[in-house]
Ligand binder design. Structure first.
Ligand SMILES: [Zn+2]
Length: 244
């Protein structure tokens, strides 16, 4: 049963209005991340229409170009204007878009500067930049963050916990051994479910209804019953949302 759960990372702005209505029927809450300025505006509009939407404004590292610092500043202005509690999807990616890493760093710092000392949570993309991202989060005194779909080094997981941060568990775990290893060894109190819908991963069309699969895998890998895993992620998500 998916009702009552929270999808902590979903690109809701990419869904058509009728798909959003069917997601509404699931009875879940969704942290709706954005990819750029215009999708941030759409996310804010969806928030205006749906109480279950928790908006995040941001600029995805894959969308960073040479002139993106100005876009980041405009998105930060939106965050301030609407008192948005989440920023995302933001971060650094050295694997898929290494050619823009300098611009990505400038953009990411715009968001970190804004979040410094503020009670906002970040939804972070940190592919092949896990250590670097954690160091920045520490240096900028970031309140809390979710490292979404974490597949990074296992030895950083305790540090994530000590920093009061979380990692997103994605339904793609059924296809991804690396993600399973992470979930099997992470401190249980940092695990929160996410879909990253509507992203496609190896033929799997990710969607918010699938977050129960992430919970099933947490149960399986941690030797818990489904109900125990559900209680665990519910507690963790509640803590995350209270912080944000
Ligand atoms: Zn995403």
């Amino acid at each position: 049963m998916v009702r009552g759960l929270t999808d902590t990372h979903c690109h809701l702005h990419e869904y058509r209005d009728d798909d959003v209505i069917s997601i509404a029927r699931l009875g879940i809450r969704v942290v709706a991340v954005s990819d750029d300025y215009s999708s941030s505006l759409r996310t804010l509009r969806l928030w205006g229409r749906h109480r279950w939407v928790i908006p995040a404004v941001g600029l995805h590292p894959w969308n960073v170009g040479r002139d993106s610092v100005r876009d980041a500043q405009r998105i930060v202005e939106l965050a301030e204007l609407y008192s948005v509690k989440f920023l995302g999807e933001i971060g650094l990616d050295r694997r898929f878009v290494p050619q823009t890493i300098d611009a990505q760093q400038r953009v990411f710092r715009e968001f970190l500067e804004y979040a410094r000392g503020r009670r906002v949570a970040l939804s972070i993309h940190s592919v092949n930049t896990w250590r670097e991202v954690l160091e920045l989060l520490e240096r900028f005194d970031i309140y809390t963050a979710v490292l979404h779909w974490y597949t990074g080094p296992l030895e950083l997981l305790e540090r994530v916990r000590d920093m009061g941060m979380f990692i997103g568990v994605n339904p793609a775990i059924e296809l991804q051994e690396r993600h399973r290893r992470v979930v099997a060894s992470a401190p249980p109190e940092i695990l929160v479910p996410e879909s990253d819908g509507p992203y496609r991963y190896r033929g799997l069309e990710l969607h918010p209804y699938m977050i129960t699969r992430a919970v099933h895998w947490i149960a399986k890998l941690r030797g818990l019953s489904y109900e125990e895993a559900l209680d665990l992620v519910t507690d963790n998500t509640r803590r995350l949302l209270r912080l944000a």
